[in-house]
Design a protein around this ligand. Sequence first.
Ligand code: ADP
Ligand code: ADP
Length: 236
Amino acid sequence: ESALELENLSLWYGDKQALKEITLRVPKNRITALIGPSGCGKSTLLRSLNRMNELIDGCRTEGDIRLNQRSILAGSQDLAALRRRVGMVFQRPNPFPKTIYENVVYGLRLQGVRDRRVLDEAVERALRAAALWSEVRDNLWQNALTLSSGQQQRLVIARAIAIEPEVLLLDEPTSALDPISTLVIEELMSTLKQHFTLILVTHNMQQAARVSDYTAFMHQGCVVEFGETDELFTTP
Ligand code: ADP
Ligand code: ADP
């Protein structure tokens, strides 16, 4: 079953075409890695999935993207609603300069959740799912910026999954981290796929081979190969 379906997706920045008729099915509850050389369009593809590209002047899209069977491009979709369906994690951990607790409940507060018990439960659930709970449970009122960068990245993941998005986009989530924190996040991604669909942009082939179930190779704006990671990375 597919969580995301891209149909002949093309994207231009002015007259430069960055994505070329991409057709792709992203399987549900799996990790799909996007890999390819710098400038091939990985970030552009990721950012088109939550329509962040639209903020860029002269950016134009053709084709369609369906998230769980619903087109996210057609008509005047509510962008705030789309952001709730699509979580995003960037290369540099970017927690808000607020308490750990307030970071995790951020999206829920935007949705109008007020009940303190509901928020408390969501905080514990998200922090456990992000493998951070035991490290921060006694410090939920501490400023998030006091955490290590590996912990900050897990906190950002907790913030993203607290509102239970339909897909979680990760744009080189470990490339600013030390090797140990990287392994922790890689292990975490593998457990998260039980509940979420993950798309991982990485320039690290070994990481794609270690953690992803499916891999899409991109080159000059095209997906030139897509398949099960085990098969693509096996040398015959
Ligand atoms: P990758 O993530 O694979 O390194 P990008 O998606 O960042 O690739 O870039 C794809 C292509 O689009 C590149 O040629 C890049 O120069 C171009 N590009 C990216 N962002 C912009 C932008 N805001 N304006 C114009 N061109 C851009
Ligand atoms: P606690 O161990 O107090 O329940 P944690 O947030 O450390 O809280 O972990 C939550 C659950 O996830 C635990 O069952 C733990 O064994 C497991 N876990 C811890 N770290 C990871 C990880 N990196 N990847 C996957 N699961 C993990």
